[in-house]
Structure formats: structure tokens, C-alpha cells
Design a protein around this ligand. Sequence first.
Ligand code: C2E
Ligand code: MG
Ligand code: MG
Ligand code: MG
Length: 272
Amino acid sequence: RAKQSISQNVCFYDGEMDDVARDRARMAKDLWQAIEEGQFKLNYQVQKSIATSETTGYEVLLRWVHPERGNVPPVDFIEVAEECGAILPIGEWVLREACREAATWEPHLKVAVNLSPVQIAHADIGALVDQVLQETKLDPSRLELEITESSIIVDKNRAMAALQAIKALGVSIAIDDFGTGYSSLETLRSFPFDKIKLDRSFMTELNESDEAKAMVRAILALGQGLRIPVLAEGVETSEQLDILRSEGCHEAQGYLLGRPGPTVEKSVGLAA
Ligand code: C2E
Ligand code: MG
Ligand code: MG
Ligand code: MG
């Protein structure tokens, strides 16, 4: 059996581990090495206003290029990184790089950075964000942190304190993948979210099922009632975008608007 400890920042393994556990332990070891060797890079995906089709900002997406494994997608390594604690230095690197990069963009563009529940549970995230903003001189209003509800269910009080510390800096908070998992109306009401990111699973069926459309409409109404703007994730077709526009959705992100890439669009993204 694997014994894992965030406080020790290592994952041990012994002779009786099954293949899955062995693979995970090996990946954990590779992740620590990846940090040492700088194997991570960032991609940026555009976010646009639906009404004006102007770029509002970019979400930062982590990429791992391992010398033998090749490109490892986040779904294949984030969980292991969270289990072995490597997500703490990785997440700090992402935040710093993202803010440094965004500080070179036109000043109306925001940068959205994903936060792991482990960063909320085990790091003094408020102090870290404050420090990175000072180092990079990025205006706090240009940073948005994306969290999922799994960040909140573990320890509500701790999560609330962390989010309040972040908000006090002038940084905004988006709830990611909304409508899946533990989504509860209570969370939405009691936590200080500045944006709702509608999970991309809703897009898949949007042009086929009335039920999907009804769900999207309900979430948009909820956002409107709570005065929280809604961004639709995973928009791939102009039909989806048309429906979102007619239903009053504020922003969109997805392959239709732009795939994640190593740089932002030069025409809109870079300061002179
Ligand atoms: P997410 O935060 O919900 O990010 C959106 C994901 O949807 C990204 O996958 C993006 O490439 C993908 N996507 C965007 N538009 C479309 C589309 O039109 N169609 C489809 N099918 N997919 C689209 P990616 O980059 O593989 O990231 C997956 C997840 O990994 C993210 O979901 C986020 O939860 C996590 N992640 C990524 N970067 C970081 C990071 O720096 N830190 C942490 N803690 N998690 C991260
Ligand atoms: Mg996200
Ligand atoms: Mg998402
Ligand atoms: Mg997601």
C-alpha cells in the first residue's frame, strides 16, 4: 500500500504495491524531478465577451512535457501531484509565471489561474498571492483565481478565510466547472464568487436537448439573481454560441473562440 504524506512531500512505496500504485509513485517521483528540471510550461486560452466578442482575458493551463512520457495532460497528473504535495510548488510556479506574463499584456486583459484544493488547504494562499502580485507588479484586479467546489467541501471555514484573504487583495474568484460534482446553491450564495464558469458538459447537448437548454437557462437566471456573471466553457460551435447569446450568457471560452496555445494573440494580447 502506498503511504502518502503532504507534510513530508514524498510518496513512499513498498514491494507489495499493485501496478496502479507503483505507476503513481513513479509519476510522483517524476513530478518532483520535473519541478527541478523545469519541464512545465503554460498555455493560454482566450475568454471573450459574447455581446462584443472582445477578448476579456486568458485562462492559464498547465502543460507537462516529460522527456520520455511526452506531453502529459493535466487530467493524468494533477491528482497525483495533489496526493504527493508536488502541486504546492507547481501551483506556486504557475501563479508566478502567469502573473509575470500577464503583466506584459494590455492592461485591460485579465489572467485566470486554476487553484487546487490542496493549495487552499495547505498553503497560506492569501500571503502567496500577495507576494506574487508585489513581485510581478500585476494589478490585483487583473488576476482571477478559479476554484472548484471540491476546494470548499473539505473545510468550509478554512476555504472561506482563504477566499476572503484573496478578495481583500482585490483579486477575483471564479467557481470552475459549475453544475457538476457537488454543486450546491448554498455554496453559491455564501461564498464571494465573482464569476460562474458553466461546465463544458452542458455544451455537448446544448443544441440537441431541451433539458440541457433548460439547465443552462436556470444557471444563467441564478447568476443574474445573484448578480454574478456567467462564462460558458467548452464552446465549440457557433450554434452553441448563438444559444448562449440569446439566453444572456456573458462570456465564452472554447475551441470556437480559440484553442489553448503557448502565447496570447499578438494583436490583442501584447503591450507595445
Ligand atoms: P479547467 O480549468 O476546467 O480548464 C478547461 C479545460 O477544458 C482545459 O483542459 C481546456 O484545454 C479544455 N477546453 C477548453 N476549450 C475546450 C473545448 O472547446 N472543448 C473541449 N473538449 N475542451 C476544451 P486542460 O488544459 O486539459 O485542463 C484540464 C483541467 O486540469 C482544468 O480544467 C483544470 O481543472 C486542471 N488544470 C489545468 N491547469 C491547471 C493548473 O495550473 N493548476 C491546477 N490546479 N489545475 C489545472
Ligand atoms: Mg479552469
Ligand atoms: Mg472548467
Ligand atoms: Mg474542468
